[in-house]
Design a protein around this ligand. Structure first.
Ligand code: SF4
Length: 485
């Protein structure tokens, strides 16, 4: 079992999101990442070549994943780390709970656990498992801390609280930080960051266990790499006696040189920075003479469906480096926000990953939540063909008879006409003229027969007066007339 999915409720969740003015305002305010990405990549003319290199490097690693994972394990063991393999979320949780329980110093065997941001821990529902066992969990990434206070899942993979407005954060801090003077004001976002830093700093010391994710695992050296802008991941892994890094199998890459290729793509695509503020390479437990570092270090390597993806037609999705560029540039994600997707991974990448991880039945709406504008593929640093993968999932949905009866009937009717080209052209010509007439010459339709889902939130552009074929014929005829004269 993974974190509980609610993706089958996408349609109603998206409708609610579109009518939520606070969410809409927060989504508008968080739109700068796409602009920053565009500016950052414009600065380096070789960016397209680095994208090719990133794609090839990930393809090569995936083709030899078993060998690189074993090489990573060997090097990690040599450096004093322990390596655990988890086939699914349940096994990963059990491994982590056991380690945390062994090192708990609190009363009745309860531990204090500090966490850096980790989407894998969201995927396996780790926080609720730790809390159910009585441990105290603190998210130390600012966005994660905010949503932990709100009891919500993240709405973006790199900006988990992208859906939350500044007044909401202020209200959350006032409710949770009981030391706050009611007269204290927070004039800007920086003052809220300052308040969070003040509270979190006090909590770094005294944690029994630190849990982080890993942006990469390097087979050549047995190192993990963590990339953050707040330094919280470093403090979570260095200060407690025990560090657990939980990562999925596809995070492994062959060499340190390869890590530099991914780093050049990652920060630019994610936040428009040339490099994130903190990029930390960590390895093994504290050695004799080291001034700091955990006394015990564990890597938990999670499969949870990846082996199946590796062997199937969705392998390319495993190239994902979790930069978030696809969602920052997706008109659907920008309109409905991350929570509508109903599970850990959101936006275009979530529309492919979620049905693969939780099943097509549960995740079937997500590949349909796309205009197929192709922007996600255009910006993906490792050139994942996201629309093509979503199309495959739509096909699977159709084949498994999961799509609505009306859509299936509509496609059947369309197929019948498409097999009869003359009739097809005649009927589409009549249909276009009818829609054009319905638009009243305004070029837009406010209501569309059988298309209420589309026009409920936006107008439908009226089609041209005649079909492409008719236009083509007319222009050809006009041209040959001109040539004759
Ligand atoms: S699919 Fe591509 S753009 Fe989207 S998060 Fe993954 S790497 Fe980034």
């Amino acid at each position: 079992m993974t974190a509980e999915p609610k993706s089958s409720q996408f349609k109603s969740a998206a409708s609610e999101a579109l009518q939520n003015p606070r969410l809409q305002a927060a989504m508008k305010a968080s739109g700068g990442l796409a602009v920053r990405r565009a500016a950052a990549i414009a600065e380096i003319p070789e960016f397209e070549a680095i994208r090719d290199a990133g794609r090839d490097l990930k393809n090569h690693t995936l083709a030899n994943l078993d060998a690189y994972l074993l090489a990573f394990e060997e090097k990690a063991l040599e450096s004093g780390a322990k390596v655990h393999w988890a086939a699914d979320a349940e096994e990963a949780r059990a491994i982590i709970l056991k380690i945390v329980g062994r090192h708990a110093k609190g009363p009745e065997g309860k531990a204090r656990v500090n966490k850096g941001k980790s989407m894998i821990s969201e995927e396996i529902g780790l926080n609720s498992a730790l809390e159910a066992a009585g441990h105290h969990v603190l998210e130390t990434d600012l966005g994660e801390y905010i949503i932990q206070l709100r009891g919500e899942p993240p709405s973006h993979i790199i900006a988990p609280a992208a859906h939350v407005s500044k007044p909401d954060v202020e209200a959350d801090f006032r409710a949770a930080h009981t030391h706050l003077d009611p007269e204290r004001t927070f004039p800007d976002a920086a003052s809220l960051v300052h308040e969070a830093r003040h509270v979190l700093r006090e909590q770094y010391f005294g944690a029994d266990v630190g849990i982080t994710g890993a942006n990469m695992l390097i087979a050549e050296t047995g190192q993990g790499v963590i990339v953050t802008n707040e330094g919280n991941g470093d403090l979570s892994q260095i200060l407690p006696d025990v560090h657990i890094a939980v990562a999925s199998l596809e995070k492994v890459i062959p060499t340190l040189d390869d890590a530099s290729t991914i780093l050049r793509l990652l920060a630019r695509s994610a936040t428009g920075q040339s490099l994130s503020s903190y990029t930390t390479f960590y390895k093994g437990a504290r050695r004799q003479g080291d001034l700091d570092g955990p006394k015990e270090m564990h890597f938990v390597l999670l499969d949870n469906g990846r082996s199946e993806m590796l062997a199937g037609e969705f392998r390319e999705m495993l190239r994902c480096i979790r930069c978030g560029a696809c969602m920052n540039n997706c008109p659907v994600y920008r309109a409905v926000g991350g929570h509508s997707y109903g599970w850990v991974y959101v936006g275009p990448m979530g529309s492919v990953l979620t049905p693969n991880f939780v099943g097509i039945k549960e995740g079937r709406h997500l590949p349909n939540a796309s205009t197929f504008c192709g922007r996600c593929q255009e910006v993906c640093p490792v050139r994942i063909p996201l629309p093509g993968l979503m199309r495959k999932l739509r096909e699977a949905e159709f084949e498994q008879k999961l799509s609505p009866q009306t859509a299936r009937y509509g496609l059947g009717v369309w197929r019948w006409f498409a097999k009869r080209p003359a009739l097809y052209h005649r009927m589409s010509s009549i249909g276009m003229r009818a829609l054009n007439w319905l638009s009243g010459g305004h070029g837009r339709l406010k209501r569309l027969p059988f298309g209420g889902g589309w026009t409920a939130h936006r107008d439908f552009p009226a089609p041209a007066k005649r079909t492409f074929m008719a236009e083509w014929k007319a222009r050809k005829a006009a041209k040959s007339q001109g040539d004759d004269q």
